[in-house]
Design a protein around this ligand. Structure first.
Ligand code: SAH
Length: 241
C-alpha cells in the first residue's frame, strides 16, 4: 500500500517536472484566474515561452513558486513574471528597447525579446558568467532563439547596477534583484516616457514603478511588497553558497 502511494507520488512529481506546452498553458490559465495575467498580450508571450526550458531539471516548472537556479539565485515565481510583464507591456512594443538587470535564467529577457521583436532590443545583464551561459542555452531551445541569433536579444556578463549604455536609452527597465536604492545609472538610461520596475529595500522590499516623463522628471509608486534576492556584488552573492 505504502509502496503504491510512494510510486504514485513519484509519478506525479515526474509528471509535473516534465515540460509540455499544454501544462505551460494551464499555468497561464491559472494566472489569469488568479488575476495576475490580465491582458492577451501577456498571456500570449507567457504561452509562447515555455517555462520548463528555464527551470533546471528535477524542479517543477509549472508551480507558482520561485525555483533555485544555482549561485544563490532563483528563477522568479510565475506570478512575479506576470506582474512585471503587465506593468511593462506598454513599454515593450515592437521596436522598443528593454533592459533586464539580473537576468538569471533568461526567462523574462526572452519574453521581452518576443514583445519588442526583431526591430527592438532586449538586453539581459547578469554578473554570474555560468548563468549567462545557462540562459543562452535556455533561449536557444525556446521560441526566442531566432531573436538571439539575429542579435536583437543578447546577454552580457556585467554588474547590472551600471546598466548597459550600449543600447540605452531604454523604454523598459526591469530589475530582477532587490536594490537598497535605485542605481543612478539605471535612472539615467531610462528614456523620457519610459518605465522602470525595480524591487527596492533590504529585508522588507517594495516593487517600485518609476515613470520618467518627457521633461525627464520621475514619479515613483509602490506596487507590492515583495521578496527578491539582493542586487549586490558577485563576491557578496557567492559568499554564503
Ligand atoms: N528574473 C530572473 C531573476 C533571477 S534572480 C529570473 O527570473 O530568472 C536575480 C538575479 O540577479 C540573479 O541571477 C543574480 O545573480 C543577479 N544579480 C544580483 N546582483 C547583480 C548585479 N549587481 N549585476 C548583475 N546581476 C546581478
Amino acid at each position: 500500500m505504502r509502496d503504491t502511494s510512494q510510486h504514485l507520488l513519484f509519478n506525479l512529481q515526474q509528471f509535473w517536472a516534465e515540460g509540455s506546452l499544454e501544462k505551460n498553458n494551464a499555468l497561464v490559465e491559472y494566472l489569469k484566474q488568479y488575476g495576475v495575467v490580465r491582458t492577451d498580450k501577456v498571456a500570449e508571450v507567457m504561452e509562447t515561452i515555455d517555462r520548463a526550458l528555464f527551470v533546471p531539471e528535477g524542479f517543477t516548472p509549472y508551480t507558482d513558486s520561485p525555483m533555485p537556479i544555482g549561485y544563490n539565485a532563483t528563477i522568479s515565481a510565475p506570478h512575479m513574471h506576470a506582474t512585471c510583464l503587465e506593468l511593462l507591456k506598454d513599454y515593450l512594443q515592437p521596436g522598443m528597447h528593454a533592459l533586464d538587470v539580473g537576468s538569471g535564467s533568461g526567462y523574462l529577457t526572452a519574453c521581452f525579446a518576443m514583445m519588442v521583436g526583431p526591430e527592438g532590443r532586449a538586453v539581459g545583464i547578469e554578473h554570474i558568467p555560468e548563468l549567462v551561459v545557462a540562459s543562452t542555452e535556455n533561449v536557444e531551445r525556446s521560441a526566442a532563439a531566432a531573436l538571439m541569433k539575429d542579435g536583437s536579444l543578447s546577454f552580457h556578463v556585467s554588474d547590472g547596477r551600471l546598466g548597459w549604455p550600449d543600447a540605452a536609452p531604454y523604454d523598459a527597465i526591469h530589475v530582477g534583484a532587490a536594490a537598497p536604492e535605485i542605481p543612478r545609472p539605471l535612472l539615467e538610461q531610462l528614456k523620457p516616457g519610459g518605465r522602470m520596475v525595480i524591487p527596492v529595500g533590504t529585508y522588507s522590499q517594495d516593487l517600485q514603478v518609476i515613470d520618467k516623463s518627457a521633461d525627464g522628471s520621475t514619479s515613483v509608486r509602490n506596487d507590492a511588497s515583495v521578496r527578491y534576492v539582493p542586487l549586490t556584488s558577485r563576491s557578496a552573492q557567492l559568499q554564503d553558497s
